[in-house]
Ligand binder design. Sequence first.
Ligand code: DGJ
Length: 545
Amino acid sequence: MYLFNLKVLLTKVLFVCLLCLGALGAQAQSALPRLVKTGQSTQLLVDGKPFFVLGGELGNSTASSTIYMQPVWPKLKAMHLNTVIAPVYWELMEPQEGKFDFTLVDDLLRDARKNQMRIVLLWFGTWKNSMSCYAPAWVKTDTKRFPRVESDLGIPEEIMTPFEPRNLEADCKAFAQLMQHLKATDDQHTVITVQVENEIGMLPTARSYDARANAAFKQAVPAALMGYLQREKKNLKPEFAALWQKQGARTKGTWEEVFGRSLATDELFMAWHFATYTNAVAAAGKAAYPLPMYVNAALNLPGVLPGKYPSAGPLPHVMDVWLAGAPAIDILAPDFYNPDFKHWCDLYTRGGNPLFIPEHRFEDGVAAKAYFAFGNYNCLAFSPFAIEGSDTLKGAPIGKAYELLQQIAPLLGKQQPAGQVRGFLLQKDSAARVTTLGDYRFTAKHEYTLGWSLGAKKAEWSPGGGLLIAVAPDEFYLVGTGIVLTAEPLAKGKRAGYVRVEEGHFEGEQWVPGRRLNGDEDHQGRHVRVPGQEYMIQHVKLYTY
Ligand code: DGJ
């Protein structure tokens, strides 16, 4: 009897222990950085809370030396970055086949932690800006085992072909080792997201003509892509749907039968094979450690033919192919070196693809664009490229913008899912932007449009921008630079007045008011204004009369 009771007791204890272990495991798992669709936005959760990457991507070679990195960290800190985007170089991580060296990764994580920063890792694996320049020497020099793409003239390029399973296998093994290493060493979740490869793209022809590619090109379009086309018929991006429909929206056939004979078809074909290859790499990594993963694209200039720009990467016109071929990839991301920021953001956010900007040319206007991106697109990440660049003046505006965005981030995270956030980007030639929020219609203009503004006569206008958050139908926080906002009530026959406008800052989630701005600064109650070259958070309470 006694023995029986003991056995029951032990079984119960064991059961409770298992439950606890399970719960702990689940907790650790749930604490992993992850993407969650909440209300109207997708959020990146880090330690269970919405996180906005206020980032900077390092120049390509900077993170290849821990010593070189040392004076960089204080610069990044002074710019109020919360995240550094940094490469992991396949050649340095696996200098000999199967022998891995994680010293650089470990150093990077240690130093990021010392500086209270997170990391987005870039996997410079098979491809970096089209090329395979970061493949280890044992891969590069064995072209028989690790073959290359070929142009239509049969000339090989230093681009590993996606059609060779041994190329894929080598990359998958290395990437899985990296993710496994992070799993084993990064219980603090310093690494929050990983980019798989870098700016994948085919050059100098729209498709590869290596023997394997030629054979694949003659085959039928894979069933997985045909299935996607039919399933998503109504949601296909128009430029892609047009190609398909022009050929009669066929449900089977070779690439040229289904999409026609053109460079555009060559690009679709390559996009499919790049996507499925990259998907396999991402899946191998996620099987070891499932962090959010994205791919980035070098944007194409309009009017340039496929093959003349890095083709078939995750570009807007082949987005559908990437979505169909790479379900293990969470986000398709644009790198901005082209004009027309809004145009490309609009294209990339189609179909609910979250906006993640790993690279923007480090130039005048990045601060305003950061405000706009987080406010208008529920953006997850903003990051100028070569952030450590020696021109420290360049860093000042983005640093000021990031300092205020860090303060307002908890409120942004809270109000975003409910659609209570707006963003503005205002250039010299932009018309006024009108939007409704709460009980009001707001009109945003560049601050220099006020004839009496100090900057009005300047030949060059730095872009202005801002982010407006509603916390009540008549209460808002504006953070921005070079912006003037006027409000009118949605209710007919009424006018808007300002109960108060105050500048201030957040300490944690607590608003700490500074100066009251109800006189000249808000033009005696006519508008809310942040002068050009200044960066402020203002708390605004409106009323109607
Ligand atoms: C885009 C690439 O993704 C980066 O790695 C770097 O090469 C920049 N271009 C240089 O402008």
